[in-house]
Design a protein. Structure first.
Length: 181
């Protein structure tokens, strides 16, 4: 009988040991499953994201550097007198701009005039480098810009025709340059 009791006792101990091992195994399994479930929950959890957009607009723009001066130096009524000036413009690359020259402060009788302080006038013309008068409206000259960092140089050719017999003095005029872009 003792052997039976011992068998029963050992069976209970073994069963308890196995139950304990099973319980530990069940707890470990539950912990692993919970951890897996949590990591899955973290991976599937909603998240926020955003982006940064960038943009810039380049607008047409033209800048003039300095007024140009046509200096005829000395006029001799026996011959034609010419002089050139260069307009310097800096305009947005690739833009088309139109340059026109106004009539001048002393415009009269369908002509630009250089005048002295007494109102004596020397008629003169301004022309484009390729020829033709340079004026307003339909006489404007169109150009494509090289860029704001590159000089666009435009030549204005001035001419005083021979045969204008005028008193000695200093003759001048101011012409407005208009740039449309």
């Amino acid at each position: 009988m003792r052997a039976d009791l011992l068998d029963v006792f050992l069976s209970i101990q073994l069963l308890g040991y196995l139950k304990m091992k099973t319980l530990k195994l069940s707890m470990i399994t539950a912990a692993v499953i919970a951890a897996m479930g949590m990591s899955t929950a973290f991976a599937a959890a909603p998240f926020a994201s955003s982006s940064v957009s960038s943009s810039a607009e380049v607008k047409d723009k033209c800048l003039t550097v300095a007024p140009a001066t046509i200096s005829f130096v000395e006029y001799d009524a026996t011959k034609e007198t010419t002089a050139d000036a260069k307009l310097e413009l800096y305009c947005t690359k690739g833009s088309t701009f139109n340059v026109s020259l106004g009539s001048g402060d002393n415009y009269a009788e369908d002509s630009r005039n250089l005048e002295d302080s007494n109102g004596n006038a020397l008629k003169y013309t301004l022309s484009k480098l390729g020829g033709g008068n340079w004026g307003e409206g339909s006489e404007a000259q169109s150009f494509t810009a090289n860029g704001l960092l590159t000089k666009n140089e435009l030549t204005v050719k001035g001419k005083i025709a021979a045969g204008q017999d005028k008193p000695a003095g200093t003759y001048s005029d101011t012409v407005t340059v208009t740039v449309n872009y």
